[in-house]
Design a protein around this ligand. Structure first.
Ligand SMILES: [Mn+2]
Length: 470
């Protein structure tokens, strides 16, 4: 049960620890849906067997509470263990969000005098578990909002740095953060490295009327009070801000150990747009139909039209975007991609050439299809081909690689979440360059000089070695 449960906020690093005092049936039900708690209970042994972190002892004993980390806890749930426990908790931690479940109490009676020190009293005639989870989520949202607000209001000028070759999710998220910052009097400029290759992405930038800065080399970001990374984490996916330690990171990729001033990374969110939709709502920012369409498109592309899975947060985001997005505009953006098929421009024809190479050069080894596309102009053409091959080949993983200037760009796609191609690439190319991504899609960029003369052979070998085929 615990293993299959995925909290939408599980990987959100801004949220501190949880402690549950007393357990019982309600406590066990709560743990099934929110496993992050450290539990303090006199009969702790039975819970340890279930893999839950437990401190066995009396929750009214200050030393026991300290052992459970109560002094640093962000959320404390007190179940069925008397009033002294609440006093003890408050003596040790005045900041924590404290929920008390009051036995034999009806919701209509209001918060009783004796529980004044609690933030919320949950009466026992409600669905206690649902109510506790709802309260915790609400608290977390408000806390994240406060934290982001604190950081944003500490400056006047922000550089929002997108990852190289920004995609719809990154573009829409960057604009969202800019609009949120604007409500606090912070002006932002949007930067990206690499290229905007896909016709769809160019059309999106046009529709959102964005002025994006594509600098030569690394700009001097020290003239900005604040820097933010959206849809990527330090330091793998940007060629223009390698030396920057961002104040703000909002992302849904695996995070390298990083402590910025505000870090919100939710690995199981389908897109960064999902997270930004929540903040737009929390800050009361009006989202017009163009941005709503952009955010929806970001979620759609990043989840491969929800085939890569969908989280609670994604559903929330969809609900919020539903009434505002413009389906006609969405098909207009998507059709921009089709125009490349009829050879609208030289650059679109390049995409077709690369795709043709990819199909021609497929080599299947074990359950992996590899394809070398040689020299290419656009990085997106490589990932585009990987997407296409995955639909065509009867394999679990597709790896397409091509060379731009002095680097080889690798794109991997999979049907099998267990394999986690993001981690696969990270492991295969550890120490050689940038590599990472999601369970079903990942990428890597490696300087050619880091690989043996025949880079193709080495790429194939390294990947097969990690999978265990060679
Ligand atoms: Mn994304």
């Amino acid at each position: 049960m615990r293993k299959s449960y995925k909290s939408p906020y599980l990987k959100t690093l801004v949220i501190p620890d949880y402690v549950m005092l007393g357990c019982g049936t309600i406590g066990c039900q709560l743990l099934e849906r929110e496993p992050r708690f450290t539990v303090v209970d006199v009969e702790g042994e039975t819970l340890t067997e279930k893999g839950i972190t437990v401190v066995t002892g009396d929750p009214a004993d200050s030393d026991v509470l300290r052992m459970a980390g109560i002094e640093k806890a962000g959320v404390v749930v007190i179940l069925d263990v008397g009033l002294t426990v609440l006093d003890r908790v408050r003596e040790l931690n005045s900041e924590a969000f404290v929920i008390v479940v009051e036995k034999g109490k009806s919701g209509s009676e209001g918060k009783s005098e004796k529980y004044q020190k609690a933030d919320v009293v949950v009466p026992s005639d409600t669905c206690i578990v649902d109510e506790c989870l709802h309260q915790i989520q609400h608290y977390e949202k408000m806390k994240r909002k406060e934290d982001l607000e604190r950081v944003l209001t500490s400056g006047k000028k922000m550089a929002i740095i997108m990852h190289d070759n920004p995609d719809p999710d990154c573009i829409s998220s960057a604009l969202s953060l800019k609009l949120i910052a604007e409500t606090m009097g912070v002006s932002s400029e949007l930067f990206y490295g690499g290229q905007i290759g896909y016709a769809e992405n160019k059309v999106l930038v046009e529709i959102l009327k964005l002025e994006l800065i594509s600098p030569e080399g690394e700009p001097d970001f020290s003239q900005y009070d604040l820097t933010a990374f959206v849809d990527h984490s330090p330091w793998d996916y940007t060629s223009i801000a390698k030396e920057v330690n961002p104040d703000i990171v909002i992302d849904h990729h695996i995070l390298p150990e990083y402590k910025g001033r505000f870090v919100d990374v939710r690995e199981d969110a389908g897109s960064t747009s999902t997270i930004l939709v929540e903040y737009l709502q929390l800050f009361g920012v009006d989202v017009d139909s163009k941005l709503a369409t952009g955010l929806f498109y970001g979620l759609l592309v990043d989840t491969d039209s929800f085939r890569r899975g969908i989280s609670e947060g994604d559903i929330e985001a969809l609900r919020s975007l539903k009434g505002r997005m413009d389906t006609e505009l969405l098909s207009w953006i998507e059709r921009a991609g089709l125009s490349r098929v009829v050879g609208r421009s030289r650059e679109d024809a390049d995409f077709l050439d690369v795709l043709g190479e990819a199909v021609k050069n497929v080599q299947v080894k074990g359950n992996v299809a590899f394809s070398c596309v040689g020299k290419v102009k656009y990085r997106d053409a490589v990932s585009n081909s990987a997407d296409f091959l995955l639909k065509m080949e009867k394999v679990d993983v597709v790896v397409v690689y091509g060379v731009i200037k002095d680097s080889v760009h690798i794109s991997a796609r999979s049907w099998d979440e267990e394999l986690h191609v993001g981690k696969l690439l990270r492991e295969a190319f550890r120490g050689l360059g940038k590599a990472g991504g999601h369970p079903l899609s990942g990428g890597a960029t490696i300087l050619l000089e880091k690989l043996q003369g025949n880079y193709g052979e080495e790429i194939v070998e390294r990947i097969l070695q990690v999978i265990g085929y060679s």
